[in-house]
Design a protein around this ligand. Structure first.
Ligand code: SF4
Length: 478
């Protein structure tokens, strides 16, 4: 598609009023600079769409239902509010409380499904590595494997014939942990095994309230059933199921993902790196890895360090390969390898606007469809890699990632980015902003830093929070 034709598709900046100043849209100077550039080039970004988007009044209240074909049923709050009894009802008689609770529950189901499905993918790869069905992944952190195995009901020792306690084979333990971990998704009865890790009073409370999840998928599917027309019409009961599904995700799917990723790739440890759009390098092939999972990005890190591919990049006129990341995938390779963060969710389009991104490689979650349109205004290739997440807009290419051929897939992706380097057509403009940071404060690393190998503990931290010397702790959670 011709660039002008593309531009006309992408330009949507309102002309009838002055757009807000970039400094009113973002505190970050690098983002401000790229917002200015995108406007000069007539390229629409989320900052423009946020101006033209008017939230629906009924949607804001959560009282629009389209859970059956008789709807949508819209239950707006009348101007001036409601005097007396609230008689609003959908065609089936659903009250605003029921509709709002159903809508909220479906959001919970989607969120829990997304995070847990990430964990499922990790568990499948972990099991493939444990069974030695892939040569690209290996069990790296056996210490953590032995720590988590009992939580999955896997013994790490065995009694010998003479009654002596013997260590079990680590490979056997890994296979059993992988099988039991993966089974948590399809389990129908009992409890998701990792939920018992919660502090005892919390676990007892969940038991008392009846919200301990039986299986990860089961709780998510049950939300979809309950929110179908004519099923659960008690908002408190609906929210109770939201709690069950949330625990299935937080203390199940997501927690299992963290455990198994650490065993596969190693526990993060404090490491120096940097962040912001200034990490891009004009004279390097820039590959931005964006999305949610570490399975592919770990392989891309290894592929980008291959001497043969660095040499290939030099043959194409670059001085090397610069990897950087956006969103959760970025965090995974930042905290284990120190790969710099190119930006956050809101900067994904702006990174492309620099003109320096040769490939943006995406897996799942948080990927704006419009990166495909912005990329068409530059030479940037958007490479989708996951069969769950393709993009119909723009000219994206799909290089499917398979855990059995992971390293070869990663090499193909890196080579595609290198081949694109000589095709840069627009002036490159990379903001100078680049901030140093230290990442990698895993639970294990903090524990070690507060007491060493033999006395590792959170006690010094807890004591100082309790005695008031530490006034507070901020958590930034993606
Ligand atoms: S479930 Fe009830 S409120 Fe929802 S769309 Fe159908 S009839 Fe309307």
């Amino acid at each position: 598609m011709a660039t002008e034709e593309v531009k006309s598709k992408v330009i949507a900046v309102k002309k009838d009023k002055a757009p807000p100043k970039p400094e009113d849209l973002a505190l970050d100077v690098a983002s401000q600079q790229m917002i200015v550039r995108s406007r000069e080039m007539g390229i629409e970004t989320i900052f423009d769409r946020a101006e033209s988007m008017k939230p629906c009044n009924i949607g804001t209240q959560g009282t629009c239902c389209k859970n059956c074909a008789q709807g949508p049923c819209r239950l707006p709050l009348p101007k001036g509010g409601i005097e007396g009894e609230d008689t609003r009802k959908g065609l089936c008689g659903a009250t605003p409380e029921t509709i709002a609770a159903r809508n909220f529950a479906r959001m919970v189901a989607a969120g829990a499904a997304a995070h847990s499905d990430h964990g499922r993918g990790v568990a499948e790869t972990f099991l493939a590595a444990a069974r030695k069905e892939t040569k690209d992944y290996k069990i790296k952190d056996t210490k953590k494997l032995l720590e988590i195995a009992p939580d999955f009901g896997v013994d790490i020792t065995v009694e010998g014939e003479d009654g002596a306690v013997l260590d079990r084979d680590v490979d056997e333990i890994a296979v059993e942990v992988g099988e039991i971990a993966l089974a948590q998704w399809g389990q129908q009865q009992g409890e998701v095994c990792t939920v018992k890790r919660a502090p005892k009073p919390r676990y007892e409370l969940w038991k008392k309230l009846g919200v301990v999840p039986r299986g990860i998928d089961r709780e998510i599917v049950e939300i979809m059933h309950r929110t179908h027309i004519g099923v659960d019409q008690d908002y408190q009961n609906l929210v109770e199921q939201c709690t069950r599904a949330s625990i299935a995700d937080g203390w199940g799917g997501s927690m299992i993902a963290t455990d198994l990723q650490d065993v596969l790739f190693g526990c993060p440890y404090p490491i120096k790196s940097s962040a912001n759009l200034g990490v891009l390098k004009e004279d390097h092939v820039n590959i931005v890895i964006h999305g949610h999972e570490p399975l592919l990005s770990e392989m891309i890190v290894q592929a980008a360090e291959l001497p043969e591919l660095i040499e290939y990049a030099k043959q194409k006129g670059a001085n090397g390969i610069q990897l950087s990341g956006i969103c959760c995938t970025a965090n995974e390779i930042l905290m284990r390898h120190g790969v710099p963060l190119c930006g956050d969710f809101l900067q994904q389009e702006l990174a492309i606007v620099t003109g320096a991104v040769d490939a943006m490689v995406v897996d799942v979650q948080c990927i704006m469809e419009n990166i495909a349109n912005v990329a068409q205004c530059f030479h940037t290739k958007i490479i989708t890699t996951n069969p769950r997440a393709k993009i119909a807009s723009g000219d994206c290419i799909h290089i499917e990632f398979d855990e059995h051929t992971a390293f070869e897939d990663a090499k193909t992706i890196v080579k595609t980015a290198i081949d694109n380097f000589p095709k840069r057509e627009k002036e490159v403009m990379i903001p100078n902003q680049r901030n140093d940071l230290i990442a990698g404060f895993s639970y294990e690393a903090i524990n070690y830093h507060l007491g060493g190998t033999f006395r590792g503990s959170y006690t010094p931290l807890n004591d100082n929070i309790i005695n008031g010397r530490i006034r507070g702790i901020g958590g930034v959670v993606g």
